[in-house]
Design a protein around this ligand. Structure first.
Ligand code: S3P
Length: 173
């Protein structure tokens, strides 16, 4: 189970941090959304539009389970991957789960320039507010929790790298 699984609400920095952390560890970086889009041959918004969210969630769960059978990956999951209890169990068994958090205002700022999130279509600020309420506590199962608000990527990566050695099976002692 030598994987790092990044979870967190949209815009908390999972992809940016994941890429930098994988580079530091010399592990493979995997963006779960990108894998879903590749496998399905269409973008995430297109997948939601044509097949619906339930279908997207099925593919997300299947790919996540597949990925967790491999080692030495930093996996950036989509913000809703934690909504299915089976995914949570698989993540906890397959790696060290690290939850990233950010203040609501910072999340809104980060997601506003990106039209690739179907669940935020319309009024992103209002959607972020509603979904944050709906998902309150959904990321708290992670043994490692990091607030990314106003932090540099390098600081966050260093924090995760320092803390991961405290967790089985990354212990070096
Ligand atoms: C979602 C988050 C997105 C993507 C999809 C659904 C969610 O990923 O998986 O649009 O339900 O929170 P990011 O968290 O990378 O934006």
């Amino acid at each position: 189970m030598e994987n790092i699984v990044l979870v967190g609400f949209m815009g908390t920095g999972k992809s940016t941090v994941g890429r930098a952390l994988a580079a530091k560890l010399n592990w493979t970086y995997v963006d779960l959304d990108r894998r879903i889009a590749e496998r399905e041959g269409r973008s995430i918004p297109e997948l939601f539009r044509t097949k619906g969210e339930a279908y997207f969630r099925d593919v997300e769960s299947a790919l996540l389970a597949e990925l967790l059978g491999q080692q030495r990956q930093v996996i950036a999951t989509g913000g809703g991957a934690v909504l299915r209890p089976a995914n949570v169990t698989a993540m906890l068994q397959g790696g060290l789960v690290v939850a990233l958090f950010a203040d609501e205002a910072e999340i809104v700022r980060r997601v506003s320039s990106d039209a690739g999130r179907p669940l935020l279509a319309g009024d992103p600020a209002a959607r972020v507010k509603a979904l944050l309420q709906e998902r309150a506590g959904a990321y708290d199962f992670a043994p490692l929790k990091i607030d990314t608000t106003a932090k540099q990527v390098e600081t966050i990566v260093a924090e995760i790298a320092a803390k991961m050695v405290e967790h089985v099976p990354f212990r070096t002692d």
